[in-house]
Design a protein around this ligand. Structure first.
Ligand SMILES: [Zn+2]
Ligand SMILES: [Zn+2]
Length: 210
């Protein structure tokens, strides 16, 4: 069984998730948004060991905490990113566009691909490529836990913006329809900003999905 802790961090209120296997106490951080030392301290307080960092995409508000998070951890956690977001990652996540800067994170060590399986304790997460918000955006789906970490693809009653470099509205809608609305209605959607929702609720009520 997995335990999930949500921390809302940074100037645009990004959800950073710590996902831990209750048995082994090993943990993954999905999108270390900001304040990496706060994320690390939360894991330590719970007796969890952070082994991996999975990134839905490379915008600064999702990667800003990586450098401070991994600094204190031995062995260094895996950092997993889709290669199509490498250029955004190398450019500091686009922080300069918003007049901000982040501490430069270490290079990713795992290149995510569509259909890849990632292990977390005895659970398997499927990587699904969902371009549109950024070219290399992925989501992490665990069928056994009925949960998907959806980053900035879809939110409670909204969808990701597509006006930033590499954004594409039609592609985003296509990604949502093929990769998210294809999941069971009772799948929890834990997104990059705002509260939790489900696939079924968004299928019914999301005004952007007619
Ligand atoms: Zn984003
Ligand atoms: Zn975001």
């Amino acid at each position: 069984m997995l335990e999930i802790v949500t921390l809302v961090l940074g100037s645009v209120g990004t959800n950073a998730y710590i996902v831990a296997d209750a048995l082994s106490r090993e943990a993954v951080v999905i999108d270390p948004a900001w304040d990496g030392e706060v994320i690390g301290e939360e894991a330590r307080r719970r007796g969890w060991h952070i082994r991996q960092v999975w990134l839905t995409h490379a915008h600064f508000d999702h990667i800003g905490g990586i450098a401070a998070l991994v600094r204190g951890i031995q062995p260094a956690p895996v950092i997993a990113l889709h290669p199509a977001d490498r250029s955004i990652y190398a450019a500091g996540g686009g922080a300069a566009y918003f007049g901000m800067r982040i501490e430069t994170p270490p290079e990713p060590t795992v290149q995510l691909q569509h259909g890849q399986h990632l292990e977390m304790g005895d659970r398997i997460f499927e990587v699904r490529h969902c371009p549109g918000h950024t070219p290399g955006h992925v989501i992490f789906y665990c069928a056994a836990e009925k949960v998907v970490f959806s980053g900035d693809v879809i939110f409670w009653g909204s969808i990701g913006r597509t006006d930033l470099p590499g954004g594409n509205y039609d592609l985003l809608i296509h990604s949502i329809q093929t990769q998210i609305l294809s999941l069971p209605n009772d799948t929890r959607l834990l997104s990059g900003h705002g509260g939790e929702t489900t696939v079924g609720v968004e299928r019914e009520d999301n005004p952007f999905l007619g």
